[in-house]
Write a protein that binds this ligand. Structure first.
Ligand SMILES: NC(=O)c1ccc[n+]([C@@H]2O[C@H](COP(=O)([O-])OP(=O)(O)OC[C@H]3O[C@@H](n4cnc5c(N)ncnc54)[C@H](O)[C@@H]3O)[C@@H](O)[C@H]2O)c1
Length: 253
């Protein structure tokens, strides 16, 4: 396994699901993990779990829909650890399950503020710091299979996740010479609070969702976290601008 000792990782939405699994995977690999989340009870719990494993972590509250909060959170991480090696822009919301015509302006604006604004401003402040570091840095953004395909009943979500890939590719091109690698992961349905909420909104969908995945099952947060870790490892020094599909074979067909 790659060794991330002395590496500083900042993760948004790290209190639950994929973000939480990613925080634990990096902590086990030796990194110092800045656990950031809008939820002020789940984030500290993840930090306690990391401390119990003997790892290094701190919690910083941050609503990624508010650019000044992201800036302050990243600034705090840098003040404490002196640098930022890795940014994981993972925080996201699923939004309303409904057709185009049922989505309101506030549904659309909210999802764009969190899923696109959160990633855009997160990357901006992370890149500003990485440009001051001779070793550069690595960023992984969490998109979705809905970022490479349409998602009936989830137009704002699908649009937001397509945007994440645009931000990823553009930053990868702009900063390739400054040793900043930027990639995205695109998971299919993965066990988490977000998927539980979607199933609650449309219970009849669960079996259909499972059947559309060639492997016949949802992903596990740990499986997504391992791919994120792999993208950040030095063994992957030539990989940038990619949107890696983690989908049990779905987009192979
Ligand atoms: N679970 C899936 O099936 C799936 C599939 C594809 C992509 N994703 C993406 O993975 C990411 C993580 O989702 P998850 O499935 O782990 O869901 P989750 O609900 O378990 O976790 C999301 C976390 O983000 C936090 N969060 C929400 N809004 C925030 C905000 N404004 N500021 C800061 N933190 C905020 C929540 O508090 C929570 O801790 C999301 O971007 C999601 O779109 C999930």
């Amino acid at each position: 396994m790659s060794d991330f000792t002395n590496q500083v990782v900042f993760i948004t939405g790290a209190g639950s699901g994929i973000g939480r699994a990613t925080a634990l995977v990096f902590a086990r690999a030796g990194a110092s993990v800045v656990v950031s989340d809008v939820n002020q009870s789940s984030g500290p719990n993840v930090v306690s779990q990391i401390h119990q494993l003997g790892g290094h972590a701190l919690f910083v509250a941050c609503d990624v829909a508010v650019p000044t909060q992201i800036e302050a959170a990243i600034r705090h991480a840098i003040d404490v650890y002196g640098k930022l090696d890795i940014g994981i822009n993972n925080a996201g919301i699923g939004g309303k399950y409904g057709r185009f015509t049922e989505q309101t302006q506030s549904d659309f604006d909210q999802i764009m503020a969190v899923n696109v604004g959160g990633v855009f401003y997160g990357m901006q402040f992370q890149i500003q710091q990485m440009l001051t570091q001779p070793e550069g840095g690595r960023i992984v953004n969490v998109s979705s299979i809905a970022g490479v395909r349409g998602m009936p009943m989830g137009a704002p979500y699908s649009a937001s996740k397509h945007a994440v890939i645009g931000l990823t590719k553009t930053a990868a091109l702009e900063y390739a010479r400054q040793r900043i690698r930027v990639n995205a992961v695109c998971p299919v349905y993965t066990h988490s609070a977000m998927v539980d909420e979607l199933i609650q909104q449309a219970p009849a969908m669960e079996e259909k969702m499972r059947r559309m995945i060639p492997m016949g099952r949802f992903g596990q947060p740990e499986e997504i976290a391992q791919a994120i870790l792999w993208l950040c490892s030095d063994e992957n020094a030539f990989v940038t601008g990619q949107a890696i599909q983690l989908d049990g074979g779905l987009t192979a067909g």
